[in-house]
Structure formats: structure tokens, C-alpha cells
Design a protein around this ligand. Sequence first.
Ligand SMILES: C[S@@+](CC[C@H](N)C(=O)[O-])C[C@H]1O[C@@H](n2cnc3c(N)ncnc32)[C@H](O)[C@@H]1O
Length: 465
Amino acid sequence: MSVASSLRRYAASRFLNVHASPKSFRNRSAVAIRLQHVAPPPLNSSNGKAACTPALKPGISDDTYFPPNENILFWRHFVTPQRPTETAARLRRHVDHVFYTSRKNPSSILYWLHAFARLAFFNNVFSSLGHTFLAMRLYDAPLSTRLLAFPINHADELLHVFKQDYDNIRTGTYNMPWDVSLTHRQSSPFFILRQILALAAEAPRVLSKTVEKESSNSNWLHSKLFPHYYSQTFHHQTDGWLSSSSADVYEVSTESLFRGTQDAMQRTVLKAISLFVQSYHRNQSKLTMLDLGAGTGRFSTFVRDNWPHAHYILADLSPFYLQKARENMSYWQRKRASSHLGPGSVRFMQANAEDLPLEKGSVDILYAVYLFHELPPHARQKVVLEAARILRPGGLFIIADSVQFGDRLHRDSALGNFERLNEPWFSSFIELDLGKLVCKDGMFTPYVKEVASMTKMLSFRRLGV
Ligand SMILES: C[S@@+](CC[C@H](N)C(=O)[O-])C[C@H]1O[C@@H](n2cnc3c(N)ncnc32)[C@H](O)[C@@H]1O
């Protein structure tokens, strides 16, 4: 038996042990369906674009640096159910799991309410229609076949992301997300309406084919800080990164793209930080964390909520996104002030990730979330060198970004299509061996890897004394 098939069997058995409710253990067909989650794809499943051999796929090359574990193998072989009966059986198991955890731990009820509310908001009829148009643009398929973009087919995958997130909360790896609170503005009908209107105004443009013929540069604002690639209207967003309306609609558009799971997928980063802090840095008030390409800073509110005594720098090139990040941090501070606020601090910095105005060895943890796929190859190399310069020896470098070829074998053939959403360097990203890029000069050593649906997180420790 090959090593790969032993690992698959191991993952299958672990998955059965960990996830099946006692009832489903008695149910043979449930077990059979469950095993299909981890069944390897046929060897000829990659067609056209993903024609690189498995050995060259970065998701597989990662195994050299990060020994494949249950999580990595589960997502690598995850298959969307094809038949309604299969979909129904998988959904029944999720419902069992939600009831089981809610009975065992009543505080989880709030988490599941929050998760289902997000799923309902980001998978309603309008957003599903949006996904159908998006699928038509990305895959050139006729409308009839794209009605598959309707949410029920994806529900199993989406619920797995929340399950994975909840497992980390249950085991104390990180806290319950602070935005589950019913007093958070995202539960307010006015806030929801504003988000819907912003999205409704932006979506037709992003989804229309004619936009491709327009100039893909938003160069109304010039600055010596901006590298040439920065003025692209990434994702066909109006004004690219360079307006407050773009910053206003960013969170709701990207969450819509990921059908409500973006926050939960990004929280894989919290897992690496948590392991690192528990192992090496119990005194968080001595920690400096840098969010590189922080965007609207929403993710950093989750980090800060877990380590409120640490010091934060949120760096980005867009002054508009930084302004939004400042608002998000102030909102977090107002909401959590009495119970949670530590002596930590936060600074905002307009800076190019390739050339940061920070002292050598001045940062303990650096996380770059969804930044690397926006950078051309030469910029990625420079950012890695900058990370090596500013991180203290022993410090943690985290890259969380799109999955790459080999991380989701059944998605490989379509992954490259995202480039059509004006992602000029996406193709070069999904075939990049990140482990090699980061570790090749002996400056970093691999730490942990975690996958959640369409996001993967790789982390590395800075070597040296
Ligand atoms: C896809 S967004 C991700 C934002 C945020 N990290 C998140 O996950 O929500 C990429 C961000 O990187 C910023 N960015 C792109 N190139 C950059 C560079 N060279 N230096 C600093 N920031 C950059 C953009 O302004 C944008 O805010």
C-alpha cells in the first residue's frame, strides 16, 4: 500500500471517529458516504488548465514542509455531493452535529445562530443569482447548467467550514468571535440594508462582461509609494483599492464571494498565532503583531479580541482602506471597552509591503491575509525578504490566501478561472511553491498549515538568534 493511500485511510478513519454521531455510526450508508469525502479523485480528473502533474502542484509540494494531517487530507479530497440523496444525507449529519454540540454546550447555540444567519444572508436568492452570473462569467457555461450555483449543493462544504471553526473555539484554541453578539451592528436591519444597497450598486458592474473592455487601471491618485501594479482595478472593483466607496463595499463583496465563510476561513490564522503564543510567548503585552495588507482591518479585530494586550500595526497602501480599518478598530474598542480592552495599542501605517518603515527585528508575528495573490512574482519575493528583516528571530510569519493547485484536487481544473475577475497574478500564485519561496534561503522554517475550504494558511518561524 502506498504512503498516500495509507494516509488517506488514516484520515478516513480519523474523520469517522471525530465527526460521526453515535447514530451515524450505526448507519452503514452514512459511513459509506462519509468515506467518499476522502476518496481520491480519478487520476485524469484535471482537464485543461490544471494539467500540471500532481508532483508539481504546490498543495502537494507543501507536504515536504508540512506533514499532511487529517485537515489537509480532508480538504484535498473533498468532493461536492452530486446526487440530492447524498446532499440530504450529509446535511442531516450536520444538523445532528449542531444539535449534539448545542445539547452538550448551550453557549454554542449563539455560534450556530450566527453561522446560519450568515449563511442565510449570503446565500439568499439574490446572492445566489449573483453567483450564477459569476459562474457564467468564470466558466463560460450556459445559464441552465449554472443554476447549480444555488446554495444547496454547497451547503455541506460551507457547514464544514463552520464546524472546523467551532471545533477550534470548543477546544479553546481561540475565542468565540466577538461579532456573534446580537448587539453587534451586523444584526441591525439598517446596517444590513446599507450593505445590501452597497452590494447591489457594485455587483452589476463586477459581474458584467463589458467591464473587461474598460481600462483596468484606476490611476486618478498618484503616489511615490504605489508600485506600478497597485493601480489595477482588482476584481473590477470601482476605483480598485483607491476610494472610500471601494473600501465600504469590500467586506460584503468578498463575504458574498465566499458565501458567508470568509471570516471563518481567515480564522485559521488565529490557530497558528494561538499555538505560537501558548508555546513561546505567554506574555502578550510584549508582542508586536503586523497585519500586512490589512485592508479594512476586519480580520485584525478578531486577532485583537483574542490578544487584547498585544501591540498591533495595520499596514496597507490604500489610505481609504486604512481609514475603514481605523473605523473597524474603533468600533471593536467601543463594543469591548469595558470587558476586554487591554493595555495594547494599535497603529495604522500607509506603506508598501515590499519596503516597510519598520526596524529590523521589531515584529513578533506578521500575518498577510489575501495579500500574496494580489502581488506579481517579483513583489512576493521582496515581501518575503522584508518579512525576514523585520521579524525577530523565532518570530512567526503567516500567509493566508487562496488554496493552490493540489489543495483541493477536485477544484483544480476551475481554480485558474478566477484570474478573469481581474486578478492579474492569480495564475502565477496558484502554481507557486510557497514553502520553497519562504524557506529557500534558510531564513524560515515551516510551522503549521491549515486548510478551510478555499483558503489555506501556511506559517513559518524566523530562524536565527
Ligand atoms: C485582497 S485585500 C485583503 C485585505 C485584508 N487582508 C483582508 O483579508 O480582508 C489586499 C489588500 O492588500 C493591499 N495591498 C496590495 N498590494 C500591497 C502592497 N504592495 N503593499 C501594501 N498593501 C498592499 C490592498 O490595498 C488591499 O487592501
